[in-house]
Design a protein around this ligand. Structure first.
Ligand code: BGC
Length: 455
């Protein structure tokens, strides 16, 4: 008999982000984020990969801002012991830097207190893709002042909530939002400029260091890390070139956002092999890293899928994504549960047993616009079961540095570019009336949370 048992102190819960869940986008003094700004500007226009930018606005989310109590009570009933959420910078400091909005502090205090009252440990991201638009107008991540703006914002958050929040992350998936935003031009602010991308990435790392340094100096007794997207990558063919491309791919997606944060340098192989990247790096980048480097406590991994990589000397980084071995017709991402094992193993071994949380893992089934059918989500139950089994297997295999798992997401919410058409939630939401209903998957998840067993 195989026992898929999770440790009793394993953190298990759901996740969501401010701009995707809260709604109330202009309530109580909140200013516009670039997500809202570009959603309006681009509605109905071509987006990427043949997609059209949704006409939906992130102004409702899943109505979390107004209904947080009911959502948290549902989490308590689920039996989860943690919830990953993000704070909205444009809500807390509507002008980007300067005056703090007391209503935002009051709101997040209530959310955090409610979570704790319900026995749910908050895991808080300072930034999940919702830059105040007023800062974007000043150059956003490419402005040399960005690290200072971020540190000042982090200070407000640590001072206000640090007595109760013990797990912090600085940025969610910086590589996705910055690479797509400044290099491939498919996310806000839709630029296509390698130099800008590398500058934005450097500023983001410096901002992270400044926040970590500040956090440590405040002795608040918690942990701080970052959340990265990670793919299980394989070479397309058994050629030396494709195997090498795979290593470069990992250097870029994982190494770039882990190595400087744990070891103080960018992946050297990537810089050596790619004069196009090396030549466009910001001036004095290593000196800045030396000046600010401070190691973080853990890494959060958002794991959704597997990809294959091919060597391509013309491509950024000399690698190019190819189709996965696995496909899931109609699904947004093709799930591959064993990949979760591979990525935790890879990161643990490469980064000397660093503490790991699976900060996102989730499944969006095709929206069939039918409440009954959507709540009968047997496929999501299988998805959860398989990925949670991988967590149990990893721990049993000795990867006890894996400390937690967050399903993405708690309830059907707004999705960047796609609007409300893509549903990841364990709770079904009517985006017009706000009606909520547990899907089958939430009942299943609840059993796992309560028993710490995966059947
Ligand atoms: C992001 C989420 C997003 C999810 C599904 C992750 O990359 O952190 O904000 O909703 O993917 O696309």
């Amino acid at each position: 008999m195989y026992g898929y048992k999770l440790p009793d102190d394993f953190l298990i819960g759901t996740a969501n982000s401010a701009f995707q869940s809260e709604g109330a986008w202009d309530k109580d003094g909140k200013s516009e984020s670039w997500m809202e700004y570009y959603a309006k500007l681009n509605a109905g226009k071509p987006a990427r990969l043949g997609m059209t930018y949704s006409e939906d606005m992130p102004d409702r989310g899943c109505f979390f801002y107004d209904n947080y109590e009911a959502y948290i009570e549902d989490m308590q009933k689920t039996g989860q012991n943690t919830y990953r959420m993000s704070l909205a910078w444009p809500r807390i400091i509507p002008t980007g830097f300067g005056a703090v909005n007391p209503k935002a502090i009051e709101h997040y205090n209530k959310v955090i207190d409610k979570l704790l009252e319900c026995g749910i440990q908050p895991f808080v991201d300072l930034y999940h893709w919702d830059l105040p638009q007023c800062l974007n107008e000043k150059g956003g991540f490419t402005n040399p002042q960005f690290p200072e703006w971020f540190e000042a914002y982090a200070k407000v958050c640590f001072e206000a909530f640090g007595d109760r929040v013990k797990l912090w992350s600085t940025f969610n998936e910086a590589q996705v939002s910055l690479h797509n935003g400044y290099f491939s031009g498919t996310f806000p602010p839709f630029h296509k400029n390698m130099k800008e991308y590398l500058q934005a990435a450097q500023n983001c790392l410096l901002a992270h260091f400044r926040a970590v340094r500040l956090y440590k100096s405040m002795n608040l007794g918690g942990k701080i890390g970052i959340v990265n997207a990670i793919l299980a990558v394989s070479p397309t063919d058994f050629t030396e070139q494709d195997v090498y491309a795979c290593a470069l791919h990992m250097d870029h997606y994982v190494g770039w956002w882990t190595e400087p944060l744990l070891e103080g340098t960018y992946p050297q192989r990537l810089l050596r092999e790619n004069p196009n990247i090396a030549e466009n790096m910001p001036e004095g980048y290593q000196k800045q890293l030396d000046e600010w480097f401070i190691p973080m406590d853990f890494v959060g991994l958002n794991y959704y899928m597997t990809k294959r990589t091919r060597y391509d000397p013309e491509a950024f980084g000399h690698f190019k994504r190819a189709e996965s071995f696995y496909s899931a017709p109609g699904q947004f991402f093709a799930p591959y549960p064993p990949g979760l094992f591979d990525v935790v193993q890879f990161v643990s071994e490469r980064y000397h047993g660093i503490e790991i949380y699976i900060t996102e893992n989730g499944c969006a089934l095709p929206n069939i616009h039918d409440e009954e059918a959507e709540c009968d989500d047997e496929e999501r139950v299988t998805y959860l079961r398989e990925h949670l089994r991988m967590c149990a297997r990893l721990i049993r295999a000795g990867y006890t540095n894996l400390k937690g798992y967050y399903y993405w997401n708690d309830a059907d919410s707004y999705e960047q570019l796609r609007g409300y058409d893509l549903r990841f939630g364990l709770t079904w939401v009517d985006h017009v009336t706000g009606k909520r209903r547990w899907k089958k998957s939430r009942y299943f998840f609840s059993q796992v949370c309560k028993s710490k067993m995966v059947n």
